[in-house]
Design a protein around this ligand. Structure first.
Ligand SMILES: Nc1ncnc2c1ncn2[C@@H]1O[C@H](COP(=O)(O)OP(=O)(O)O)[C@@H](O)[C@H]1O
Ligand code: SF4
Ligand SMILES: [Mg+2]
Length: 404
């Protein structure tokens, strides 16, 4: 679903000054704005078959978990990917790392088409792409001590020999703020926040270029969330890391992200530099998500826009036609919305930089106030489709060991 009118960041090797969007400013640090693209996903689709039948495994439909994602992440950048639970964020993260088979599309990492790598070559490239999970307890082998967990990946990739291991382990623990005594402990002996530090050390142990952090703080107490986010930020500077941070909560990615992509039912509906997106969300879905984030100032809280999202996320096994958001959109129009799927495009709105792209047919008219929101009638989703998704949604558990 590439849109030829949309400006894309430069690919690896493309360093022409005009290749990057955003002539009109935006908050993205120049350091990452001008850097080359490390991850380049084009037209990525992951569809899971829905099987039925006792004797014959008949495919009766598909879950369109990821359905046309174009996304680039520059070296040293933090890209925040947000959207409601079930919209395909984790599947996309796994697809980037080739842990999920692509139904369509391509992922280039550091200029290399990952689909062209098989066996040992893919395993070696995986070293450069690590994952941090929501629940480290579920992804770390409970029978291994922290020392064993950290050494496992390093040994698999021949990163340590003899005495160097002790030095490297000490470095890793220091980097994530854990005491040396942590080495002899098992994952269950730590608190949630400390365990996440172990998970991060595990990812760092193989010296990766990219870390996909999938809901890294969702399972943590609010008081600990900021510490872990700050740790990720510090490590990025220290180790020149590139991040894809996945979250269902816009507040979590706000302060860590250079750019943010908002996902709805398998594809991006808006993408912008983080400050631009938070200052002026343009897609109706982003506006609704943003209006649900509380503002500390009571004066602003009382006057700000409140958009309640009607109904649940439709089933990805039976996505709505046209704009996938049309069943819940307060600005839905009688033309285009339910017949044509909008592409992510640069909009013609004063003061909006080309780096802010929106997948809505009516973005300009909504921004100008020419179109006003209306009440949304909740459409009932087909319960049989919903059932088939839940029955077959056997998300394979991912463990840190899958990445070594
Ligand atoms: N292995 C799988 N088989 C079938 N359906 C799956 C599988 N993995 C995920 N799904 C479905 O794909 C959709 C997107 O899931 P996911 O990527 O986990 O969303 P998110 O991370 O945004 O919550 C969901 O409907 C989920 O049930
Ligand atoms: S295209 Fe139509 S339904 Fe979709 S977000 Fe825009 S106004 Fe709403
Ligand atoms: Mg998820």
């Amino acid at each position: 679903m590439s849109d030829t009118t949309s400006e894309q960041p430069a690919r690896s090797g493309d360093t022409t000054p005009g290749a990057l969007a955003d002539e009109q400013g935006g908050a993205l640090a120049t350091t990452t704005r001008d850097r080359e693209v490390l991850v380049d996903a084009q037209g990525v689709k992951v569809h899971f078959p829905i099987k039925r039948g006792v004797i014959f495994d008949k495919t009766v439909g598909h879950v369109y978990a990821v359905d046309g994602m174009d996304l680039q992440i520059r070296q040293g950048e933090t890209y925040g990917l947000v959207g409601e639970s079930g919209c395909g964020k984790s599947t996309f993260g796994r697809a980037l790392l080739q842990l999920e088979e692509l139904t369509a599309g391509k992922v280039h990492f550091d200029g290399v088409d990952l689909a062209s790598l098989k066996g040992e070559k893919l395993r070696r490239e995986r070293k450069n792409m690590q994952m941090v999970f929501q629940d480290p307890l579920g992804s770390l082998d409970p029978r291994q001590t922290v020392e064993q967990l950290l050494l496992e990946g390093m040994r698999a990739h021949n990163l340590v020999k003899g005495g160097a291991a002790t030095e490297r382990l000490a470095e890793l623990l220091k980097a994530v703020g854990l005491p040396r005594s942590a080495l002899n402990k098992y994952p269950h002996e730590f608190s949630g926040g400390q365990r996440q530090r172990v998970g991060i050390a595990r990812a760092l142990s193989v010296d990766p270029k990219l870390i996909v952090a999938d809901e890294p703080v969702s399972a943590l107490d609010v008081s600990v969330q900021a510490q872990v986010i700050n740790l990720l930020k510090d490590l990025q500077d220290e180790f020149d890391l590139t991040y894809l941070v996945i979250a269902h909560d816009l507040a979590v990615v706000r302060h860590i992200s250079d750019r943010v992509g908002v996902m709805y039912l398998g594809s991006l509906v808006e993408e912008a530099d983080a400050d631009d997106l938070y200052d002026r969300p343009l897609h109706p879905y982003t506006r609704a998500l943003m209006s649900a984030v509380p503002v500390p100032d009571p004066k602003i809280e009382d006057t700000r826009e409140q958009i309640l999202l009607a109904g649940d996320l439709p089933s990805p096994a039976n996505p709505p036609s046209g704009c996938r958001f049309h069943t819940r959109c307060p600005w839905r129009q009688e033309t285009l919305c339910d017949t044509e799927r909008p592409q992510l495009r640069v909009v013609q709105i004063d003061g909006v930089p080309a780096s802010q792209r929106v997948a809505c047919h009516w973005a300009e008219q909504i921004a100008s106030g020419e179109l006003q929101p209306h009440k949304v009638e909740i459409e009932l989703t087909d319960p049989s489709a919903q059932q088939s998704v839940t029955a077959d949604a056997t998300e394979p558990p991912t463990s840190a060991a899958d990445l070594t």
